[in-house]
Design a protein around this ligand. Structure first.
Ligand code: ATP
Length: 326
């Protein structure tokens, strides 16, 4: 039997006047997953998360947390989630333990349970030695971890974390990732956003790439990587002057999985460089090169334009923008 997803959305839409922030998002996150929402600024990540956190009503579509419809029973949903917004106000003039004690009280944790709870939470987020420090004396990374501890006070099943690593230095980012892995091993399900794909890739069981409110791709990080790389650009250098370049361009345009061929190098001497959006895998790339040579084209260079995942990701989201505006 399939277990009930911890997060499920179907055709989720949010409009602000004419502005469509979320344009029909379908998500499914199973128990114990760390699921990443990744996309550029304004993609709709925060809006999706705020809807799931019951802080915003969707314009259309459905959303469920642990099988509970968010609009029908927001109180029950809130009991199950810990939400960490992208901008978090912390109370500077409290000590670390007082801060967590305050929220423990808000969530109805009994007074005799709170000291143990605070000790456990501070251990999890690596702030055990900061129990008596003032919040204002903490570094940004420590504050983010304190905020994370805050989301755990009522022992939720789902953590919704909006860019928890934003503004942190590389070391603090690593620490944050380690804590999220630890929370997962404790049985938490985590929905986490970022605008940097590789950052999520290392720890996520699944990822949705979102741009302009739409999920462009979703799957495991391996699947996403494969599909992004399949949309890579190939650079081909052709010898033989304009006539040869025109012949090669015409030949390429008739091949499978080849997008619009662009000549990027107009230099008078030396080989001409063509850029080819190519949807095939490595095998298909090798076949394309062989066929090109066999057809008599003088290929002086043939390489994938980029192997940097982040760059490919940016191009894919950029492409989506061009398609929308076309
Ligand atoms: P970021 O990484 O910048 O936080 P995001 O992916 O979280 O981006 P959202 O904050 O969800 O994106 O915003 C999605 C779109 O909705 C943006 O174009 C934004 O300008 C718009 N938007 C968000 N909140 C509002 C609002 N209260 N009123 C009008 N438009 C809004």
């Amino acid at each position: 039997m399939m277990s009930v997803p911890v997060v499920e959305t179907r055709g989720l839409v949010k409009r602000y006047g004419d502005q469509v922030a979320v344009a029909g998002v379908d998500l499914r996150v199973g128990p114990g997953e760390i699921y990443g929402l990744v996309g550029p600024n304004g993609a709709g990540k925060t809006t999706t998360m705020r809807i799931l956190a019951t802080l915003l009503a969707p314009t259309a579509g459905e959303a469920f947390v642990a099988g509970i419809p968010i609009d029908a029973d927001p109180i029950e949903v809130r009991r199950r989630i810990g939400y960490m917004p992208d901008f978090y106000g912390v109370y500077d003039d409290l000590r670390v333990w007082e801060y967590l004690d305050f929220f423990g009280r808000c969530y109805g944790v009994p007074a005799n349970r709170r000291p143990t709870m605070i000790g456990e939470l501070l251990e999890i987020v690596g702030l055990g030695d900061k129990r008596d420090a003032y919040v204002e004396s903490l570094s940004r990374g420590m504050r983010q971890r304190l905020c994370l501890a805050h989301t755990l006070v009522h022992d939720p099943v789902l953590l919704i974390l909006d860019e928890p690593a934003s503004g942190l230095d590389p070391r603090a980012r690593v620490e944050m990732r380690e804590i999220l892995r630890e929370l997962r091993s404790m049985g938490k399900t985590i929905l986490v956003s970022s605008h940097i794909l590789p950052e999520l890739g290392e720890m996520c069981t699944g990822v949705a790439i979102i741009d302009r409110g739409e999920v462009l791709r979703a799957g495991t990080i391996d699947e996403i990587e494969r599909s992004l790389r399949a949309a890579a650009l190939i650079q081909v250098e052709i010898l033989g002057g304009d006539e040869a370049v025109t012949a090669a361009t015409t030949w390429l345009a008739g091949r499978d999985a080849v997008g619009e061929v662009i000549r990027v190098d107009e230099a008078a001497d030396g080989p001409a460089r063509l850029e080819i959006p190519f949807g095939g895998d490595d095998e298909a790339q090798a076949d394309l090169l062989r066929a090109m040579v066999e057809a008599g084209h003088r290929v002086a260079g043939f390489s994938q334009a980029t192997t940097d995942l982040e760059e490919i990701f940016l191009r894919v989201t950029g492409q989506a923008r061009d398609e929308v505006e076309a």
